[in-house]
Design a protein around this ligand. Structure first.
Ligand code: SAH
Ligand code: SF4
Ligand code: F3S
Length: 446
């Protein structure tokens, strides 16, 4: 291995859990090369930015950050800056960034993460600016080192890419087609995590419910969960994201059968009007979604359903929006990520001439957030007095000094004044519920 004069790295991550995981792989590769993590980008010798392009707001933040990095590099001229992820998987964007920002040393797409050591070595030795970009993945790179942020909870991707092409969404264009990892690889990774002391695994995919369709082994997502529950003794198992169209009765059965599988389903509804759902290419109706949510609530006691919702999709009328508000009130989601529709270049919805004016979008998101927040608060307040199984994860980010963890339903619980070792799974009685977290105390005997 090459002896580096450089010592430390810092990675800044935008976007979803898949990106967080990719950053953990980047960190793993850098540590394997001998670099150490630096807490601040301005002190690092290598700075990587892992980008997201799902909405303009993410792109704007990233452009601002790239500007700041120029200053850091002025103060530390040997700094090497690399930028990767979904934004740079758009070839035009990657080329524009390269032209516009000479302080970026290398740019790489989502299918080039494993080439990072080579990119860094080339930047250091050849002093040439590089662009590493492939239109499609050459398969799933297995066996890459992963430096995880937590020692208690781990992300495990089970599939990459997306085949759904929702008409508003850029993800299929920047993540490629669906590729499922082989079940043996996933089981092995989970076993390794258990032996390292991990207590919870979250299986990742843009649409985990279509897992296995591209494999020859006949396994589906319910089968994978069954396999993991039977062949490993992982204490807690979660998964995101579930596309409603592929959510099977078999999956509900598996969730009921195995105690390791947590009672939380992230089930993005996106909209409540059949016209909008159809134009989004979501392939389900509001009636289907309502019936599915009702079945989930009925069959899995105590389950929490969370969601993603969008307002202001092109052509969305007052009546369409009223249908979204109606579905939100009917399902009573435990929590929701709520977005204003934002046109993404290259997607069909962005081409439409009937874009909703900004003032209307702003008014609708305000109403939606108000209603959903009221529901979330009501549901959290109703938790007071109930007992939940909580995985204690460490001190709270927003409240240092206070222990925090999550219920099986994925609600944050703060444990004020308690001394419990992180990694423990304990029974907690809820004493208070707010919009964003619960508070609780261990039940007697713990
Ligand atoms: N694969 C997941 C997540 C995709 S991105 C899924 O299918 O649910 C996360 C969320 O961002 C989406 O669920 C959607 O609500 C939102 N989103 C995607 N494209 C968007 C756009 N163009 N404008 C606003 N929100 C968008
Ligand atoms: Fe985007 Fe739809 Fe795929 Fe989710 S399922 S990543 S929203 S195209
Ligand atoms: Fe963003 Fe890419 Fe995830 S666009 S939401 S980081 S898949």
């Amino acid at each position: 291995m090459m002896v580096n004069k450089l010592q430390s790295y810092h990675i800044i991550t935008f976007g979803c859990q898949m990106n967080e995981y990719d950053s953990e792989v980047m960190a793993g590769l850098l540590e394997q090369m001998g670099y150490q993590a630096a807490p601040r980008p301005e002190d690092a010798d290598i700075v990587l930015v892992n980008t997201c392009c799902v909405r303009q707001s993410a792109e704007n933040k990233i452009l601002g950050l790239i500007g700041r990095l120029r200053k850091y590099k002025k103060a530390r001229p040997h700094m090497v800056i690399g930028i990767g992820g979904c934004m740079t998987q758009q070839k035009e964007t990657a080329q524009k960034l390269k032209e516009r920002f000479p302080h970026l040393d290398f740019i790489f797409g989502t299918h080039n993460v494993h080439e990072l050591p080579d990119l860094i070595n080339q930047s250091l030795t050849k002093k040439k600016r590089l662009l590493a970009w492939h239109p499609e993945s050459a398969g799933i790179p297995e066996g890459l080192p992963v430096k995880r942020n937590s020692g208690i909870k781990a992300w495990v991707p089970i599939m990459l890419g997306c085949n759904n092409f929702c008409t508003y969404c850029i993800v299929p264009y920047v993540r490629g087609r669906e590729r499922s990892r082989r079940p043996e690889q996933i089981v092995q990774e989970v076993r390794n995590l258990i032996s390292q002391g991990y207590k919870e695994v979250t299986l990742l995919g843009q649409n985990v419910n279509s897992y296995g369709q591209d494999l020859d082994s006949g396994i589906n997502f319910a089968g994978l969960l069954r396999l993991l529950a039977e062949e490993t003794n992982i204490p807690r198992l979660r998964f995101v994201t579930s596309h409603p169209k592929d959510f099977s009765p078999e999956l509900i059965e598996v969730m009921k059968t195995y105690p390791a599988i947590c009672e939380h389903i992230h089930l993005p509804v996106q909209a409540g009007s059949n016209k909008v759902l159809q134009e989004m290419n979501r392939k389900y109706s509001r009636e289907y979604y309502l019936a599915l949510a009702e079945k989930i609530y009925r069959e899995i006691p105590g389950v929490a359903i969370t969601t993603d919702i969008m307002v202001g999709f092109p052509g969305e009328t007052e009546e369409d929006f009223a249908q979204t508000m109606d579905i939100v009130r009917k399902v009573r989601f435990a929590n929701a990520y709520m977005f204003v529709y934002n046109p993404r270049r290259g997607t069909p919805a962005a081409e439409r001439s009937d874009q909703v004016p900004d003032e209307i979008k702003v008014e609708r998101i305000k109403q939606l957030v108000e209603t959903q927040n009221r529901i979330t608060l009501e549901l959290n307040q109703a938790e007071v007095g109930r007992v939940h199984e909580v995985l204690v994860e460490g001190t709270s980010k927003s409240n240092p000094g206070v222990l925090s963890g999550h219920t099986r339903t994925n609600k944050t619980v703060l444990l004020e004044g308690q001394h419990i070792a992180p990694g423990q799974i304990i029974q907690i009685k809820i004493t208070r519920g707010t919009l964003t977290y619960l508070e609780g105390k261990p039940v007697a005997g713990f």
